[in-house]
Design a protein around this ligand. Structure first.
Ligand code: M6R
Length: 611
């Protein structure tokens, strides 16, 4: 959460930072701000989206060759001008942006208050900045050293980036637990939370690691640890094109990403699944196949949509591999005292690879001797780097805050991993194995079919957009899809929605059903089909409105439903890859019909880098 950008070099810093902030707005958009270092250190900030900051700066002198910028997702202090970053130190000499949470800030604030400091904002960031300035005064040292001393006292997660009015040729940054990428240009340097603000200027990047400090000048990059030892920056080449992070003619990133799914699933399968040879090639899995086949237990750890992918994977792994699977919310797992044995395998699933709870949960499992497999979308992200092995989902940058294409890519990768383990363990017979490879291979074309429903789902969205609540029900492999459909609706349209196993409905939620309640059934033809038909009847008997995702040719449920969304037939193991898409479209079109900013839903941020 929170996006940061910085620039130092011969170009005008402000336009680079502004463009970068717009690209990072998916990380938070409660307020934004810039600090520009010319002869003076000027700070401009504004509540609201980056466009509001931009408007407020029209006609102002924004000339500078060094600057820092921030787009905020509020943690400490409400979204407001005064809580927006950058913050200025008491003397006005330092300006700082921060992504993360300083957990011991109350203690630091009390110390500073006793010394007479007062604060203009409610943020932990301003406290840390003044703590740095105070150290500098007391130790009579430079900003870099003061930062190092301060960070040894700090508990929590951070990326901080500072400008010092007295050092106009330097930007100082440090990281622990939040992402930070340095772009290396010719006689210039860039800094950002991810590579999207950087790629149009350079493809050479350095990912800063935890407890590292970067001192950037236009033509020099110095990387150090907190012990003041110099480190050799590991320069990597970015494999990312600008087009991948632009809307490409679509109204929103979310709809672009929904429509990309035939390609992203294809990319995920490409070079891995070979139906003719009957093979799945995944080096990260193959190299560790013994650990996986001999695992006593697999624990899947994730949050949000990635957790839904994990839940579905539980069904698939247990069915195909006959290994017990537990699915954990990372945020719960990290604070429990979970029983982990050295023979356990953790599969951590994350689009961003930066979700704070998932990272800490992995670290906890690692300490207990578990083997960690990462299923991650963002190449080079923290989770990719701290996992022992893994598989990328190759869905490309996902900018829309509501996850869509990353989810289907996660399901695709997890299904391939399960098939590979099952084949190796001998828990699947050859004909079923080949059948499932063929079914997976056919998915991208079938997704194209599903996307043709777009216009009819848009009409459906108009019909149901004023609903106050909605219930999403599914059984078996479609239960996690019901959860995911409900999450999408909540996030994008702010309609209260609950996902439930269809059979559990009788144990409570059925009390909600009346003629006003839309009930979305995920009811494709599978081994639970007869059961879900009965559940639909139970809803109809109570006058609920039934909207059903059904398989092509299903005349039974279509007659019982008020509305249907028809998807092609597929094996029940891979059918969720199809049945989720109408639900993504429904949420999207309802959000649009209600006039909401679907790419930046209120209160959310794309990657949750605070606990
Ligand atoms: O980047 P991650 O997959 O680790 O993110 C997990 C969740 O924060 C994420 O899926 C969130 O729930 C999305 N907004 C869902 O659309």
């Amino acid at each position: 959460m929170c996006g940061i950008v910085a620039y130092i070099g011969p170009r005008e810093a402000y336009p680079i930072i502004l463009k970068g902030l717009k690209r990072l707005e998916y990380r938070g958009y409660d307020s934004s701000g810039v600090a520009l270092l010319n002869k003076n250190l000027q700070v401009f900030k504004k509540k609201g989206k980056v466009a509001e900051l931009e408007d407020s700066l029209v006609g102002k002198d924004v000339h500078a060759h060094a600057g820092i910028g921030h787009t905020r997702w509020a943690t400490h202090g409400e979204p407001s001008d005064r809580n927006a970053h950058p913050h200025s130190s008491a003397s006005g000499r330092l300006a700082m942006i921060h992504n993360g949470i300083i957990e011991n800030y109350t203690q630091l604030k009390a110390e500073l208050t006793r010394k007479g400091y007062t604060f203009k904002s409610d943020t932990d960031t301003e406290v840390l900045l003044n703590f740095i300035e105070d150290i500098q005064k007391n130790n009579n040292c430079g900003t870099e050293e003061a930062v190092r001393i301060a960070l040894k006292r700090v508990v929590g997660a951070y990326v901080i980036v500072l400008l010092d009015r007295d050092q106009p040729d330097t930007v100082i940054a440090a990281r622990k637990g939040s992402p930070l990428v340095i772009g290396i240009g010719k006689g210039e340097h860039f800094l950002a939370s991810d590579a999207s603000p950087i790629i149009e200027y350079t493809k050479e990047v350095v990912y800063v690691n935890d407890y590292e400090l970067a001192i950037l000048k236009a033509d020099e990059l110095i990387l150090k640890n907190l012990g003041n030892e110099k480190l050799t920056p590991y320069i990597q080449k970015l494999d990312l094109e600008l087009a991948a992070i632009e809307k490409g003619g679509y109204d929103h990133f979310m709809i672009k990403e929904i429509f990309e799914q035939p390609d992203t699933i294809f990319d995920c399968l490409r070079g891995r699944l070979d139906v003719t040879k009957g093979t799945i090639t995944m080096a990260g899995i193959q190299n560790n196949i013994d650990k996986l086949t001999k695992a006593n237990r697999i624990i899947m750890i994730a949050c949000g949509t990635s957790w839904h992918a994990a839940l579905l994977a539980e069904y698939v792994f247990e069915e195909l591999c006959r290994i017990p699977v537990e699915v954990e919310y990372a945020s719960e797992f990290r604070y429990r005292n979970p029983v982990i044995h050295p023979g356990d395998v953790i599969i951590a699933i994350s689009q961003s690879g930066e979700t704070a709870d998932t990272i800490v949960a992995i670290e906890k499992a690692k300490e207990n001797g578990a083997f960690i497999m990462g299923v991650v979308n963002v190449v080079g992200s923290s989770i990719a780097r701290i996992s022992h092995a893994g598989a990328y989902t190759h869905a490309g940058p996902e900018i829309g805050v509501a996850s869509t294409k990353a989810f289907t890519a996660q399901l695709t990768v997890l299904t391939m991993i399960a098939l590979k383990i099952a084949k190796e363990k001998g828990t699947i017979d050859q004909s079923r194995y080949i059948h499932l490879l063929e079914e997976l291979h056919a998915i991208p074309e079938k997704v194209k079919e599903v996307l043709k429903l777009s216009d009819s789902i848009k009409r459906l969205a108009d019909k149901y957009k004023d609903a106050k609540d909605a219930l999403y029900l599914g059984r078996g492999y479609n239960f996690p899809i019901a959860l995911e459909g409900a999450l999408k609706l909540k996030e994008i349209s702010y309609i209260h929605a609950e996902g439930y196993p269809a059979a559990e409905m009788k144990h409570g939620p059925i009390a909600l059903v009346d003629e006003h309640l839309p009930v979305v059934f995920v009811a494709t033809r599978d081994s639970y089909y007869e059961k879900i038909v009965s559940n639909i009847q139970e809803i109809k008997a109570r006058k609920g409105k039934v909207i059903a995702v059904i398989s092509k040719g299903d005349d039974v449920i279509s007659k019982m439903s008020d509305d249907t969304m028809i998807v092609p037939e597929a094996d029940e193991l891979v059918a969720p890859l199809l049945s989720v898409i109408p639900l993504q479209l429904l949420a999207y079109y309802i959000g649009v019909a209600k006039g909401y900013d679907v790419d930046k839903p209120r209160n959310l941020a794309k990657s949750v880098t605070v606990e």
